[in-house]
Design a protein around this ligand. Sequence first.
Ligand code: PEP
Ligand code: MG
Length: 588
Amino acid sequence: MSDSAGRKNQIRYVGRAVSRGIAIGQIVSLYGDRRQFFRVSINEDAVSGEVKRLRTAIAVARDQIRRLIRSENTALNSIAEGILDTHLLVLEDRSFLSALEDSISQEHVNAEWAVKTVTDSYLIKYRSLDDPNIRERATDIQDISDRIQAALGQRRRTPMRLPAGSVLAAKEIRPSTLIELGEDRPIAIVSEHGGWTSHAYILARELNIPAVTGLRKILRHLRNGDRIIVDGYRGEVVLNPSAATEADYRDRAPKAPEISKIVKDVTEPARTLDGRVIRLSANLDSVNGYPIARRNGADSVGLFRSESLIGRFGRFPTEAQQYEAYSTLLRSAAGHRVNIRTFDIGVGQISGRGDDRERNPALGLRGIRLSLSYAKEFRRQISALLRASAAGEMNIVLPMISDPGEVHEVREIIIDVRERLRSRRIAFGEPKIGIMIEVPAAAILADELCAEADFFCLGTNDLIQYLLAADRDNENVANWYQTLHPAVLRTVRDVLAAGKNGNRPVTLCGEMAGSPFYIPLLVGMGAEELSMNANSLPGARRVIESIAFEEAQALAREVLKLPTPALIESRVREEIRLKWEHLFLSGG
Ligand code: PEP
Ligand code: MG
């Protein structure tokens, strides 16, 4: 929308703030499914390499289709075979292929962008036709486009260089996109879907990138290059802001200092007013993240999400790459304990095959289930971990455990891998084996799991979504994703108690553990270690050092008897207002 002078109108949208901060920049829209991409301008020198990349991807796509047609165990009926034949014909069609290559060489863009714009033009043409048979072909074109994009994502990639001052806009942002961008970060993110505990926003908070999500259908109003303000405090975005609005936000930004910028270089353990020590540790997605966490007061790595390496390499990393990464992390932790979680990914994140897409990935082949199904890759990871652990205190954490038998199975694999290393005279360590308690079944079996696991990491992000049947990534059910639900609090209490009885340390490592609002309750329920992103550490410490364990215990005892989330929330708010309001006044 523009006014009569051609200026675009300022429009304000309200969503949900998921990472604090204010930024003003230009929109870069993200496209793509498994791997996200945007328009990258390339030099004349890079054109022939990019065309070659495209040709390789097309060859891979053709190969996949031919294999599907030939495959003996796919009972293809004649209709399915006809569809695949059509796809093959399109992938061999000269005018289609020339349009793709011309787009790269004439517009100087990356192959992903060429595939998107060319297939989009076919889609527009087909969808506008009256003949239903031809309109149907739009679905085939979309399928073909997805297949080529997947093949482009698997092979050598053109570096995704984001122009300075970019604000990423996406339906839903993928954590692997942020990881692939590396140091070339966006200054803010806006998206239509996602929640506070979505991995991408956990990462955004770690990287200090302001983000607003839940902006329904906003993408249709955004164009690449549009100017936008993102207010990650209030959950607002302003598209095409006027000069006055920009000035207003610029004034506002410095007035909301992050507490992480105030408290620095703390090395003492955090203690409540009555002397209870609460260990603070860091959740990391980057092997280089510990020094900042350490300066902000962490004394160990409570959770390293190793799947970030898959985002970095775009596939399962080799054993050598993993060994290097884990060793770097351990070195940078300089003698402090490091818990490394084995890959927690879903099958859709590693397979380019459309038929591996699951209807319900959170309940699908992910975490330890995927590792146990990909035995070769899992043994490779275990081997790299065992070798790296020879250099310091490093523990292994297993994600998505739901049954003590799974831990037992992993222990057998570890014994076997260790034997192989021994026979090859390769040094290895003796890491402890911990598990994520994030599936309700594991929480219920916490007593029994003490026999198999050396320690627990209580992952409230997933535990809440599974207990309450509310997808953590779906803002439509954000009101049902209730951290203060009595079922959540009672489960947390029971797992803490099981750990204590079984003499198994429990680290709380979901986003709940880094939120000042929940910390008094967690401490009151018996939490002795909280692991969180580096930016949350100073705020968490400030809360711990301002509360008395006895008071926190009394509050926990009281709210654990309340029957509804609303009653619990109002009781916690009341307590905060009476005793700790000062902690929440300046971003604390
Ligand atoms: C959790 O589920 O709480 C957790 C810490 O793991 P992630 O957020 O990586 O699923
Ligand atoms: Mg989890």
